[in-house]
Design a protein around this ligand. Sequence first.
Ligand code: B1M
Length: 225
Amino acid sequence: MENVLEQIAMCVERGKINKNSPYPPDLRGQDGTEELVQQALAMGIPASQILNEGLMKGMSVVGKKFSCNEVFVPDVLMSARAMNAGMPFLKSAFETGEAKHKGIFIIGTVQGDLHDIGKNLVRMMMEGAGWKVIDLGVDTSPEKFLQVLKENPGAVVGMSALLTTTMMNMEKAVKVLKSEVPNVTIVVGGAPLTQDFCDKIGADAYSPDPQGCIEYLDAKLGLAS
Ligand code: B1M
């Protein structure tokens, strides 16, 4: 069991997507995250363990290497692709099968920010928790958030930011939404954020991980089981 999780982490670290992908050359012909995640699920390893001890473990190694210039943007992009390639298989395992939606959750990475792995994870976990999710993708302007919110009255909005430089765009987006739709609930997250920042910009909640977002909304809407 540990072995397959270690292999998944290694594939994310090295950017190995699937058996057919030619990169990296020394792993040609070997399984990538696509195959290994499916194997791990078939072995009965819980999706959350595959996510935390496989995919996210590999990405955390990449993050540390990126910080000290041991790997560079193209390497990180390949790792992101390998991680994203494994995630759809986990999605079905996270899904509860409940037909009734708890509500609509609009999510996007804020303007100027192209990081989407964390946002995709939140989307996946929210879908699994019974929310209908509208994913606005990356580089989402305040106007886009507002337009989609107006088209979906009563929806909750989630925003993700990974760069200290784009946190100010999150602040702009929160201000625009709150001034136009004062009763909207906004949850924010992303590695550089803090509860203090959330309070300062007037968002309703900060969560360091997807589960916190689910639990906050369950509690707020009285949906906790
Ligand atoms: Co970027 N990058 N990057 N990068 N990148 C970081 C964020 C950085 C910390 C790396 C570093 O220097 N150590 C740094 C930011 C520094 C800072 O702002 N202080 C950085 C930089 C500088 C940059 C560029 C400027 C690099 C350059 O071009 N010179 C550039 C910016 C591009 C842009 O956005 N305009 C850039 C580009 C990229 C890639 C494109 C190569 C790639 C992104 C690919 C993609 O997303 N498709 C990339 C990556 C992969 C990273 C690192 C290595 C990993 C980020 C990640 O996906 N983590 C990252 C270093 C690191 O984090 N250690 C780094 C895994 C992910 C699951 O975690 O997104 O935090 P995270 O999400 C978590 C929680 O935060 C939370 O849940 C998730 C699961 O637990 N969460 C929420 C997230 N959103 C939430 C919302 C919620 C609730 C919880 O409610 C709504």
